[in-house]
Design a protein around this ligand. Structure first.
Ligand SMILES: [Zn+2]
Ligand SMILES: [Zn+2]
Length: 247
């Protein structure tokens, strides 16, 4: 068709062809988009936000781990203090009905059921509650509440972890549960000896999950020293459980 001879028809033809090309291009581009790999801009959540959230979570985890390490000595001291000054002496201020003392004396006499071997979670939470109160006061008086959430979470995590560790270790030591701790070889024998020496002489080796506290309070004794100390002080030997400590 010649443009000069049929200008009107030519113009209409061009218009139709232009429309068809536009439609084709549009369909083609949309179909191509389906198969084209998505660029970062096409993702539902922008990469910048994902990166920002990841950095924030890692930052929180870092602070959590830091506080977890900070609380560890406190938990160790609480274990020592509770064992020595609540479970081995009549402390009516902290244990008015002497339940902990009576229960622990029964354990030293050979009672190894969970009631006597385990530590209730309630006790762990009660012992750490002053630290929670301090944190709450700090949040209320000085810093934003958000500043105490991670330290509090780390301390709460310790309560659960300590209960878990104490029960696995104490049960394994007294042979009332076969668990991963019993399969720890030398480490198991070390903790077992340390604790059974405490059963032989109730005035030494109070640390169970954290034996190093006995060094701090000068109550770390080996078996021979424990016997000598017992004969000197005239203490009545507390019955040892079925499993004897190694020399
Ligand atoms: Zn025990
Ligand atoms: Zn004890």
């Amino acid at each position: 068709m010649r443009r000069e001879r049929y200008p009107t028809v030519w113009a209409v033809g061009c218009l139709i062809r232009s429309e068809c090309e536009d439609a084709f291009c549009s369909n083609y581009q949309s179909s191509v988009k389906i198969h084209t790999p998505r660029t970062p801009k096409d993702t539902i959540v922008p990469l910048e936000i994902i990166a920002s959230v990841t950095v924030t979570l890692l930052g929180w985890l870092h602070v959590f781990m830091l506080w977890f390490a900070i609380w560890a000595p406190l938990v160790a001291l609480l274990e020592y203090g509770t064992h020595r000054w609540i479970m081995h002496v009549a402390n009516r201020l902290l244990d008015p009905q002497l339940r902990q003392l009576k229960s622990h004396v029964a354990h030293h006499k050979g009672a190894n059921t969970p009631e006597f071997v385990d530590v209730p979670l309630r006790n762990c939470l009660l012992l750490t509650s002053p630290a929670f109160l301090l944190l709450a006061s700090w949040g209320l008086a000085i810093g934003p509440w958000s500043a105490v959430v991670i330290p509090a979470t780390a301390l709460l995590a310790w309560s659960f972890l300590y209960k878990y560790l104490w029960e696995r270790m104490h049960r394994a030591i007294h042979g009332v549960e076969s668990n991963w701790f019993q399969r720890c070889g030398l480490m198991f024998r070390f903790f077992r000896n340390h604790h059974l020496k405490h059963h032989a002489n109730g005035r030494v080796n109070y640390g169970t999950v954290f034996p190093w506290t006995d060094y701090l309070f000068c109550t770390w004794r080996d078996r021979r020293a424990a016997r000598a100390s017992r004969s000197k002080t005239g203490l009545v030997p507390i019955p040892t459980n079925s499993v004897e400590a190694d020399e």
